[in-house]
Design a protein around this ligand. Sequence first.
Ligand SMILES: Nc1ncnc2c1ncn2[C@@H]1O[C@H](COP(=O)(O)OP(=O)(O)OP(=O)(O)O)[C@@H](O)[C@H]1O
Length: 238
Amino acid sequence: MTGETGRPLVAARGVIKVFGEGALAAPVLKGISLTLTADELVLVMGPSGSGKTTLISILAGLMRPSEGEVELCGTRISGRPEAVATQVRREHVGFIFQHYNLFPALTAHDNVAEVLRLKGMERNEARRLARNVLEKVGLGERLHSRPGELSGGQKQRVAIARALAHEPALIIGDEVTAALDSETGMSVMNLLRRHVTPGRSVVIVTHDHRLEHFADRVVEIEDGRILRVRGGHWKQPV
Ligand SMILES: Nc1ncnc2c1ncn2[C@@H]1O[C@H](COP(=O)(O)OP(=O)(O)OP(=O)(O)O)[C@@H](O)[C@H]1O
């Protein structure tokens, strides 16, 4: 459930994912069970092609498993109509994916504000909050730029601001810092770390070991299986 420390935010049991059929069938996830509690930052690491993106897409209800069960924010989403996953996702999950998924015709400010409007926030409040979050990710000067006028790193920061703005229970990110210089990457990780509070978690796929300083746990995937789950290097500031 959301809102309660220590309760599972995501629970996956025996997840198998096979792409293609017959002679072309390719098993990508081979039986993954994983529980994420509601106040941790978890990294998913492993070699290219090991199934990391597939796994987080299934955990977030963006993709269906071939077999196994997935529960997201207290609701079982596997084996149920697509609308169930869509509803849970809309209410509780924020995404930061490699392709940004920004609206090309909208300014950075509107890209963030529109998501808040879709969640029912009043216009002026949505715009005020959107500005505030964009300033926090260092884009206060680029509020009126459209995605086509921004660099890869700046687009990534708009996507991060959008995910942070509506304060979802779960933020899922794929290589969130890959397009950023080291300093911006670390400031973005600080923002994501601050999102982790009772009831809120962050899961990030990465190849970057420096991010372990922000992580409570690291899930290592190899060839579609969990190789091991170990502690990250996060230390609560005193
Ligand atoms: N929609 C799809 N159809 C068929 N095969 C797919 C699909 N999506 C992923 N795959 C295959 O599944 C395997 C795992 O892909 P995935 O993107 O999950 O790996 P990854 O660990 O995230 O890799 P990377 O670190 O390179 O991003 C790859 O061999 C990929 O080609």
